[in-house]
Design a protein around this ligand. Structure first.
Ligand SMILES: Cc1cc2nc3c(=O)[nH]c(=O)nc-3n(C[C@H](O)[C@H](O)[C@H](O)COP(=O)(O)O)c2cc1C
Length: 183
């Protein structure tokens, strides 16, 4: 059975290096639409997305974590995914699904993107990354920054995943079974 989505899932990767080319505005719109179309528990849609293109702000966001946030310095656009814990007890899951939908939509459009974790992370001075992101972007303290999607036109090529490398031992049919020891 052919499926374009399935083929794309094997080709999808986190992309952390970007050209200086801007992202087509139609593609930006489609990426945001993918987030707004995300499923959420009880359809609460507890998320909000903040689009950041300002270079000074992107540089500052890139320093919001000790490690792992540098792709933000070179990206064309960042989408900060925040969610409201008052609107849903599963706001983290809901925000994560929305971020994943945008990551996949970006990939489908040839736009590279990478999830940058913010929740439960800290900068070089042990300041919570969430506080830094909130104060940089005037986000109210009632909202929880979950992650940032760094987006840009890819400046790196990554190989598709080899189907042989999939960890099928993590799939259990009928009931949980310990992985068989390799002889
Ligand atoms: C919850 C989550 C947090 C992540 N945090 C970061 C991050 O802070 N910085 C980063 O460069 N990549 C981050 N990533 C991307 C992962 O490193 C990446 O998905 C993983 O290495 C597998 O590579 P692939 O996406 O190319 O398959 C994160 C991914 C997820 C799902």
């Amino acid at each position: 059975m052919d499926s374009q989505l399935h083929d794309m899932l094997f080709e999808r990767h986190s992309i952390r290096k970007y050209t200086s080319q801007p992202i087509d505005p139609d593609a930006v719109k489609q990426i945001l639409e993918a987030g707004l179309l995300a499923p959420s528990s009880k359809s609460a849609r507890p998320w909000q997305f903040i689009v950041v293109e300002d270079r000074t702000k992107l540089e500052a966001l890139a320093k919001s974590k000790k490690v792992g946030s540098r792709p933000l310095a070179g990206c064309a656009m960042a989408i900060v995914v925040v969610a409201d814990p008052e609107k849903s007890d599963v706001f983290i899951e809901d925000a994560s699904v929305a971020a994943t939908m945008m990551h996949l939509q970006a990939c489908a459009l040839g736009v590279g993107s990478c999830w940058i974790q913010i929740r439960n992370r800290f900068d070089a001075t042990d300041e919570p990354s969430a506080n830094i992101v909130r104060s940089l972007l005037d986000i109210p303290y009632t909202l929880e920054p979950v992650c940032i999607l760094a987006c840009g036109m890819p400046d790196e090529q990554r190989r598709p995943v080899d189907p042989e490398k999939l960890e099928w031992q993590k799939v259990h049919i009928g009931s949980w079974k310990a992985a068989q020891q390799e002889s």
